[in-house]
Design a protein around this ligand. Structure first.
Ligand SMILES: [Zn+2]
Ligand SMILES: [Zn+2]
Length: 192
C-alpha cells in the first residue's frame, strides 16, 4: 500500500455557492494495481478521470467518467486478455459537519435517528479534500469480468497435455495412449 493517496482531490478552486461548477481532467498514473488476480489495472496503466464538481447547498456533487485499460489472462487458455473500463459515477460529498453547531438533541427523541445509515451512504469531505478512491475502485472492480476470456468461445486447454485446443488437431485425444499403456500392464521400463 502506498501512503500517498493519488485519488485525493482538492476542491479549493470551486466557489462554495450552489450552482457553481468546475471541470477537470485527471490522469492518475501513480496508483496501486486495481482489480483481481486474473485481471486488473496494472500500476503502469493510467486511470483517466473526467471530473465535474458542482456546488450544492450541503456539499459537492461529483460526476466522474473513468477510463482505464485492464490486463489479465484468459481463465480457460491463459492467453493475455485486455479489457477497457469506461464507467461513470455520481456521488455527493457533504461538507464536514461541525458537531458543535449541531442543535442539541431534545430529550425524549428516539436515539436511533438513522444517522448511522446516512453516514455509510453519503461521503464526507475532509476539509476541502474529496477522496475519489472508493468510488473509482468500485467503478472499476464491479465492472471487471470475474472470469475473463480471450474469446467467449475459447475452447481452453486439453486437460491431459495442457496444450491449447486451437493448436491441436481435431482428432487429438489421449484415450488411445491410455489403452496402449493398459495393454503394457506389468511391463517395466529397463531404466526403472
Ligand atoms: Zn482463451
Ligand atoms: Zn492433449
Amino acid at each position: 500500500m502506498m501512503a500517498f493517496n493519488p485519488f485525493l482531490f482538492n476542491t479549493h478552486d470551486l466557489p462554495r455557492r450552489p450552482g457553481e461548477m468546475r471541470e477537470y481532467f485527471l490522469e492518475i498514473d501513480d496508483h496501486d494495481p486495481m482489480g483481481f488476480d486474473v485481471i486488473s489495472i496494472p500500476d503502469y496503466e493510467p486511470i483517466d478521470i473526467e471530473l465535474k464538481l458542482e456546488s450544492v447547498s450541503d456539499g459537492i456533487l461529483v460526476t466522474a467518467a473513468i477510463q482505464a485499460e485492464a490486463v489479465g489472462e484468459c481463465t480457460r487458455c491463459l492467453d493475455p486478455v485486455e479489457f477497457s473500463i469506461d464507467e461513470s459515477f455520481q456521488e455527493l460529498f457533504e461538507y464536514e459537519v461541525d458537531y458543535r453547531q449541531q442543535p442539541k438533541k431534545k430529550k425524549g427523541e428516539p436515539a436511533d435517528d438513522g444517522l448511522e445509515e446516512t453516514a455509510d451512504e453519503v461521503k464526507q469531505m475532509v476539509g476541502e479534500m474529496i477522496d475519489l478512491e472508493p468510488s473509482v475502485r468500485d467503478a472499476i472492480i464491479l465492472n471487471l469480468p470475474i472470469n475473463p476470456l480471450c474469446d467467449p468461445d475459447c475452447p481452453g486447454l486439453c486437460p491431459d497435455c495442457g496444450i491449447k485446443w486451437t493448436l491441436l488437431p481435431e482428432e487429438h485425444a489421449h484415450v488411445a495412449a491410455d489403452i496402449r499403456w493398459a495393454g503394457l500392464e506389468g511391463w517395466k521400463s529397463p531404466e526403472a
